[in-house]
Each structure stands twice: as C-alpha cells, then as structure tokens.
Design a protein around this ligand. Structure first.
Ligand code: IMP
Length: 193
C-alpha cells in the first residue's frame, strides 16, 4: 500500500521509508506533483501537523500523515516552539536561530528545554496522533558539527554531549522524532493491510 507524507523534504522521506515495513511505499508531496508548501498558520505544533495532514487527506482521501517539531525552552515560556525554524527570521538560518536563542537566554539560569515532535495521521479515514519528546538543556557554547538546526546547543538529559556530537543512529534512538516515529510505527505494524 501507499502512505502519503505531507513533506517536500527528500531526506526525511528517505529516512522514514527505511523504517517502514516493506509492504508500504512512502510518497512525499513532490511525488504527487504538489510543489507549493502547505502554509503552517497554526499556533501550536499539533495545529500545524493537523493543518498539513488535513490538506493532504482532503485532496487524496488516502492514508497520510504530517509532522511538526519545535524546541520548547522553559525560561522563555515555551519559545521558540512552533516558530523554531524561523525564530530569527524567514531565512530559517540555524546559526542565526541559535544566536538569537543565546541572546534571549542571557542572564537566565534555567537552561531546561525539550524537543517535541507531533505526528498527525489519517489511517483508514480516522485520525491518530503520536508525540515524541526529549528533555535536555541549552548549552552556552555550540558543541559538535553533526545533525542540523539547534543540535549543537542541545544536550539531552543523561548525556554529556550535544546532539551534534552524536551519531545519527544514537540520536534517533532517543530523539523527539525518533520516539514519535517509534510510536507511529508500532501503530502501523499493529494494523492489517
Ligand atoms: P520541522 O517541523 O521538522 O521542520 O522542524 C522545525 C524546526 O525545528 C527545524 O527547522 C529546526 O530548527 C528545529 N528542529 C527540528 N528537529 C530538530 C532536531 O532534531 N535537531 C535540531 N533542531 C531541530
């Protein structure tokens, strides 16, 4: 069967395809000839994930899903949260985003933060939601050069290295996205298709 993913990100699509059972073929938006991004106008991660999943389901009525991720910083009342990608501006630049976060956290002793991923899914016409979280803290100095986004300044709880110092396979086991997809995959594997 086919499973549709409301994303244009070919790296994400390839990564998720590898995790899926062999009977499922994953297709992204470009595979459907859908070139325009779906506007993320929601004020929460859940809202944005559902906006994207609903747009795709309305067009196709197929099994489909969308995801949305954000970094939630306790001392900043949850910012950057749903605005994580464009925190420092529309160019979605990771270095500028990290610099802005450091500036906002100046003089704050509470460095606690978490990454959250929400997956919104339509399966056999019914809605299902999966959430993954990883708690940690924001480092004062960037460490490591693997990964992307805020990885160099996020140290997960129980570790003394940042996400950017971990191998991808190690990060995936404990990350927000890894955990949300583990829950989603358990659900898929429990379904007959
Ligand atoms: P998206 O919803 O997966 O596109 O993620 C939104 C934004 O959150 C990204 O542009 C990154 O800034 C940040 N982000 C998401 N996942 C990660 C991660 O695993 N490490 C670091 N930053 C991330």
């Amino acid at each position: 069967m086919e499973l549709l993913f409301a994303s244009h990100n070919i790296n994400k699509i390839a990564e998720i395809q590898q995790m899926l059972p062999s009977g499922i073929r994953l297709k992204g938006l470009s595979d459907l000839g859908w070139e325009t991004p779906i506007p993320e106008t929601g004020e929460t991660l859940e809202a944005n994930a559902w906006i994207k999943a609903e747009a795709l389901f309305q067009k196709t009525a197929a099994n489909c899903f969308a995801d949305d991720t954000g970094l939630v910083v306790e001392a900043l009342d949850g910012a950057p949260g749903v605005y994580s990608a464009r925190y420092a501006g529309p160019e979605k630049d990771a270095s500028l985003n990290m610099a802005k976060l450091h500036k906002e956290l100046q003089n704050k002793t509470n460095r606690k933060a978490k990454f959250v991923t929400v997956i919104a899914c339509f399966w056999a016409g019914e809605k299902h939601q999966f959430i993954g979280e990883v708690h940690g803290e924001i480092l004062e100095e960037a460490q490591g050069n693997k990964g992307f986004g805020y990885d160099p300044i996020f140290m997960p709880e129980g570790y003394r290295i940042s996400f950017a110092e971990m191998e991808a396979s190690e990060k995936n086991k404990i990350s927000h996205r890894g955990r949300a997809f583990q829950a989603f995959l358990e659900f898929i594997n429990s379904q007959t298709f």
